[in-house]
Design a protein around this ligand. Structure first.
Ligand code: GAL
Length: 917
């Protein structure tokens, strides 16, 4: 083509834009491509892992010195005031000076860039980083890998890891080693290591050279390996990970718990997270798509380049349309050796298919395929999935997506996947979101750290809106060794990297830069830190509002004024302000929505955390609070002997409010854009009120994925058109014969009549703002409770619970009876303990044992009991209130029939077949 004018060449290339292949489900569609210009290779197999045993002294290759740990402060109240950092004296060599330069790409002011020290980097002589070190006795692992999830759980009062961090062995120092081969053909390439997440203080050596690293465990980051690689040879990667004790208020996981990639590009290439797509003037008739692309010239030569981008529609399976819907004007530019530049363009798209949240809108997506062309040859291709949508944040009407109001029916979600721990798994994350959608949730707040980017692909596809949050602390600490230790050095880089990674996700509507941070308490000084983060966020993305959740700052405090939105944790409905909470110490506020609305009449208000209600699925304790919200206490909703919390769904953390109270309060303040429950699912760690346990009680869904009664309370409220009714408690109370046993009903109807053994116990009507109907004087008799719900006077829904007979058998029900044989896909199998009629025995706690045959494996088991310290890896565990869960995967590449069995003494066992293909 050498005689053809350049523009024509570009045009011919445009015609030949390659089809974009659908990606394997577990992996990111963004940035990946199977072209020869850019290779993104998943480094999942072939890793060796070693962790220093408990009590041993690890190597001295530390990132930095840390304050002495005097107490882990396990069980400290979640809303306790964060405290000042403790100074440490430097008395030995640390590796921090060699790691800090990794942040440079995300530090705006070049004068603040870190220089790599001239001195030889530490560690070069250390055995674990040498290519010839024999690691054959190290554990073989597949990445993502969570080094702590299999346990064992630490037990007892003074355990090395208490309930706050989930009693699992996440702290410690571990090493991962991996060899990869580079061909001669790679000699002209730039080679990068892309780590989606390493928990935490990761430092990377290649072929004995310290390359760099990144301390924040939830960050995604890239290292340029190019100066250290050997082509036509094996390359030895060694990654040291050091997870401090007392560094988190929840279970952080440990190790390389997200994907790790090797990326090869031409030295002249589109930068890491180098594309930014925004949409403007959006309507169903037309929309403008604005694209800006950063290009790096890491070569020694000046480059004459052009950039071409075509837009495709993307279907739900990630398949782009065969032909482009529109193309951006090709752009030509020059780029000097060693420099970078940004090229921007826009295009008008007719009749766009808009992205919007379910259920009222559809989450349509597009794919921008951007090619970099040099001398008429494509030298790089970068794929950017995105959505076309408009967002308006209206202080009175709330969130408008594409002009339509979207009331936020949200939940907070932590990063862990229950029994699977922190190791990211796409199917497990999808299952969490599917159940939240069934609940009626349309919004997720990612508490309190960047998620795996695949999670945002799910929220994009499934039509959720997301508050994406980065930090739980700034300079002041909540636990002795948390992020505050590195905040000053890393917060800018972390925040910029976070926004660049996630800015193209249509589901992300807001950047939250902090949760209940200690800087709320420090007047102007705290507000200045907030302002710095706010400004960085706006520089990176002027299209989305900022937030920082406040559980303490009041409208007249400097902190409250800084962000674009008002993000309230618990303060909206009031903290410790109901009579039941009068005796408690701590933050106490009246309901503050009106005061914030008055002080900031132009700012959107979101209830970023509410409720913090607690319960254990299927546990009911008596007597039952007469009020509609009460703090859990021993003997009042909580049982310190069993470590269980009552599922009457009236009990809360000391600063919380029941779902009933929260929903009523939101309804009374219609200018509030909606709220986020603390929390959607139970999560590992933070087992308020019983820190002897391992996982939280806050979820609407338990850790195993079983619905608590609260699920139906929210579903009734959030999905008023779904005919449903739900009765609590269960009706197996032989010890309560003739005793008052309150019966509560959640229904999307407005009225209901309750029957016990066919006898009416009365018909009750919901009062405005009621989330439940209560029959508090029912005296227990075995038999059947039945409810007939009505709506507008017409029969609407029915439900019943009956006293069961004794347990006689077990059943197994897989959520999916066919799974992919890729070693990643999962079947979640529910085990039920049933009576002879097949009814689940709601109190059953029989010991179960599981076995598997065929090309599958049991990955983990659980039963949702927060107090259970049976390892998730165990093939034996008791049922918890009639249920248990077995998580099964297929062996990679092995199709066939997997047979899962469950047995229990005295019960008829069961088996189920799962096909892998
Ligand atoms: C909040 C905090 C959450 C969680 C919750 C329940 O104060 O922001 O992270 O701790 O309380 O304890």
């Amino acid at each position: 083509m050498s005689n053809i004018p350049l523009l024509l060449k570009v045009f011919l290339l445009l015609l030949a834009l390659p089809a974009v292949c659908a990606e394997p489900k577990q992996h990111s569609l963004a940035q990946s491509s199977a072209t020869s210009y850019r290779e993104k290779i998943l480094l999942d197999q072939g890793w060796r892992f070693y962790k220093y045993p408990d009590g041993s002294t690890p190597d001295a290759l530390i990132y930095d010195l840390r304050p002495e740990l005097i107490s882990d402060e396990d069980g400290k109240a979640a809303d306790a005031e964060p405290t000042a950092a403790v100074a440490v004296k430097a008395d030995r060599q640390v590796l921090k000076p060699w790691i800090l330069p990794t942040a440079n790409a995300f530090i705006a002011n070049p004068s603040q860039h870190h220089q790599r020290p001239a001195a030889k980097a530490p560690g070069a002589d250390f055995a674990f980083v040498q290519a010839d070190f024999d690691d054959s006795h190290w554990q073989k692992v597949t990445i993502p890998h969570d080094w702590a999830i299999a346990g064992p759980f630490y037990q007892g009062e003074n355990a090395a890891v208490g309930g706050g961090m989930g009693r699992l062995p996440s702290p410690g120092v571990g090493w991962y080693r991996h060899k990869f081969q580079l061909d001669k053909a790679d000699s002209a390439k730039s080679i990068f290591l892309d780590v989606d997440g390493a928990m935490s203080y990761a430092m990377v050596w290649l072929n004995g050279h310290l390359v760099g690293g990144w301390p924040y465990g939830y960050a995604s980051w890239r290292l340029d390996l190019t100066p250290y690689v050997k082509v036509g040879a094996a390359n030895q990667l060694a990654i040291r990970i050091d997870n401090p004790p007392a560094s988190s208020r929840w279970y952080p996981g440990g190790g390389l718990y997200r994907n790790v990639w090797l990326t090869k590009t031409d030295p002249v290439h589109i930068a890491h997270w180098g594309t930014s797509v925004t949409t403007s003037d959006v309507s169903t008739q037309q929309a403008t798509v604005n694209l800006s692309v950063e290009i790096n010239n890491d070569s020694q030569q000046h480059a004459e380049l052009s950039l071409v981008t075509a837009l495709y529609t993307l279907d739900a399976e990630d398949k782009p349309s065969a032909t482009a819907v529109v193309r951006l004007q090709p752009q030509q530019f020059q780029l000097e050796a060693g420099k970078k530049t940004t090229v921007s363009g826009s295009v008008l798209l007719q009749n766009p298919r808009l992205w919007g949240p379910l259920p009222k809108q559809q989450p349509h997506r597009y794919l921008a395929v951007t090619q970099l062309v040099q001398h008429g040859k494509v030298i790089d291709q970068y794929n950017t999935p995105f959505g076309i949508r408009s967002l308006v944040f209206d202080a009175k009407k709330g969130l408008l997506v594409n002009g339509e109001p979207v009331y936020l029916q949200g939940v907070n979600q932590h990063h862990d996947l229950g029994a699977l721990g922190a190791a990211f798994n796409l199917r497990a994350a999808q299952r969490q979101l599917e159940m939240l959608q069934e609940l009626g949730a349309n919004a997720i707040r990612l508490a309190h750290n960047p998620p795996a980017s695949e999670l945002l692909e799910l929220t994009d596809k499934m039509g959720f809106v997301v508050i994406n949050e980065i930090f739980d602390n700034w300079q002041r600490k909540k636990t002795p060794l948390d992020f505050h230790l590195i905040f000053d050095d890393w917060s800018e880089a972390d925040l910029r990297a976070f926004i660049r990674r996630d800015r193209n996700h249509p589901s992300v509507i807001m950047w939250s830069v902090g949760n209940e941070v200690g800087e709320q308490y420090t007047a102007e000084a705290g507000a200045a830190v907030a302002k710095r983060l706010h400004d960085i966020a706006k520089q990176e993305d002027p299209t989305r509002p900022t937030a920082a959740s406040m559980n303490y700052a009041k409208p007249d405090m400097p902190f409250a004024a800084v962000m674009d939105s008002i993000s309230l944790n618990y303060q909206g409905e009031g903290i410790r302000n109901a009579p039941e909470y009068a005796h408690l110490q701590g933050i106490r506020t009246a309901p503050l929505y009106p005061a914030f609305h008055k002080a900031f009449p132009d700012k959107l208000i979101v209830s970023s955390e509410n409720a913090a209600a607690v319960s254990s699925r299927g546990e009911y304790l008596f007597p039952v609070s007469q009020g509609n919200s009460a703090p859990v206490a021993d003997g009042a909703g909580g049982d310190p002997a069993t470590l269980q919390v009552s599922s009457y769904e009236l009990y809360t953390a000391p600063f919380g409010s029941s779902a009933d109270k929260v929903l009523a309060s939101l309804q009374q303040h219609p200018y509030v854009a909606g709220g986020f429950i603390w929390s959607g699912w139970d999560y590992l760690g933070e087992p308020t009120p019983y820190y002897q346990a391992r996982s939280s009680y806050f979820g609407v869904i338990d850790l195993a994925g079983f619905k608590k009664d609260r699920f139906y309370l929210y579903q009734a409220w959030w999905r008023p058109d779904l005919p449903m009714a739900h009765i609590l408690p269960h009706w197996n109370w032989p010890e309560r014969l003739g005793l008052v046993t309150p019966v509560h009903v959640f229904t999307s109807g407005d009225e209901a009549e309750l029957f016990l053994n066919g006898v009416s116990l009365g018909r009750k009507k919901k009062q405005p703002l009621d989330a439940r109907l209560r029959w508090d004087q029912v005296r227990y008799q075995p038999g059947e409770l039945k409810v007939q719900a009505y709506k507008n006077g017409k029969a609407w829904a029915q439900a019943s619970v009956a006293t069961t007979a004794q347990a006689t058998a077990l059943t197994l029900t897989p959520d999916r009876a066919k799974i992919k044989a890729d070693g990643l896909d999962l079947s979640f199998v529910t085990v039920k303990v049933v009576d002879q009629q097949g009814f689940t025995v709601p109190t059953a706690k029989q010991q179960l044992s599981f076995s598997i045959e065929g090309p599958g494996e049991i990955v983990a088991t659980d039963n949702g009991d927060a107090a259970s310290l049976v390892s998730f890896a165990s093939h034996q565990r008791p049922a918890f209130n009639g249920l248990a869960l077995v998580i099964v995967k297929a062996k990679p590449g092995q199709s066939g029939v997997i047979k899962l069995r469950v047995q229990s003494k005295g019960l008829t066992g069961s088996q189920t077949l799962i096909r892998s293909h």
